[in-house]
Design a protein around this ligand. Sequence first.
Ligand code: CA
Length: 218
Amino acid sequence: MLLVEDEAAVRLGLRLALEKAGHQVLEAESARAAWPLLKAAEVVVLDWRLPDEPGVSLLDRMREKGLETPVLMLTARGEPKDKVEGLRRGADDYLTKPFLMEELLARLEALLRRARPRRVIQRGPLVLDLDRLEAHLEGRTIPLTRREFELLAFLARRPGRVYTREELLEAVWGEYLGTPRTVDQHILQLREKLGEDPRSPRFLETVRGVGYRFREEG
Ligand code: CA
């Protein structure tokens, strides 16, 4: 993320807290310094009062250029008009100084979640939401256990590729906690939940003497 703030002490405090929370932080002390860094940022923390240009006018220029990076504006206390104006001009959120670091982090993480495209595997009518660990078939949510979901997602990542039970155990269970029967059991449960016809499954195929694969489309 990019931190645009002219006060060095505030910037340092923010940077340390953000890095501690696992974020990579770029810094700029002015609008001019921020401009070339904007494209690389996933989210921008933008101070209202900068030495060379108001933060909100930098925001205007960003939006004019079609840069839709989420922006959280920082405003000083007692400038209620700033907040409204900032939001109206395209800020995604704002905080009034002084603020709690926890609140800033929570708001930034919410902005990032909204900005990131959801990770999804789609195979015909089957949609696997990898962030929510949810499976949807023809628009219906299929209740799966965590292992069932992981097994299905693992196979669905590479349709057509055959995996042995041992490979699936290692990939999905992580270590030899189960036996090859564990895999068979989970495939059986998955097929039942997905309403598979055992003689011609739509998704989960048995490859005799080898293991299982996710069926290739077409
Ligand atoms: Ca400032």
